[in-house]
Design a protein around this ligand. Structure first.
Ligand code: TYC
Length: 105
């Protein structure tokens, strides 16, 4: 907290208090391209863990495929951590190298 003083028209001392509390950071959950994960599997991941319909999932998958990386969504730190674990766990359980990570938005 930082405090300062001002004076109003009646010369009364007014105290202003500035909060240093910042809004929580937001995190992008990002998928990375690779040469081995099937396109259908990536589309399924985007539908299953990010609630996207098939068309939106396919658009994001193709963007990742072409550009190397793409954002699946933006979340609080806790939710982003959970999504990354879910996606990487599901990919490993299905023997695909698909990589999901988080970045500060
Ligand atoms: N490049 C993969 C292929 O050609 C498809 C793919 C897309 C893999 C997105 C990962 O995050 C990814 N089968």
């Amino acid at each position: 907290m930082s405090q300062s003083h001002e004076y109003d028209d009646d010369h009364a001392v007014l105290e202003t208090v500035k909060s240093k509390v910042k809004p929580p950071k937001r995190y992008q959950v990002v998928l990375l391209n690779d040469d081995y994960t099937p396109m259908d599997f990536v589309v399924e991941v985007l539908q299953r863990f990010f609630g996207l319909d098939e068309v939106k999932a396919a658009v994001i998958m193709m963007a990742v495929h072409r550009e190397g990386k793409g954002v699946c969504g933006v979340f609080s730190r806790e939710i982003a951590e959970m999504k990354v674990q879910q996606v990487n766990g599901f990919s490993r359980a299905n023997n695909h190298p698909l990589m999901c990570q988080m970045e500060v938005a």
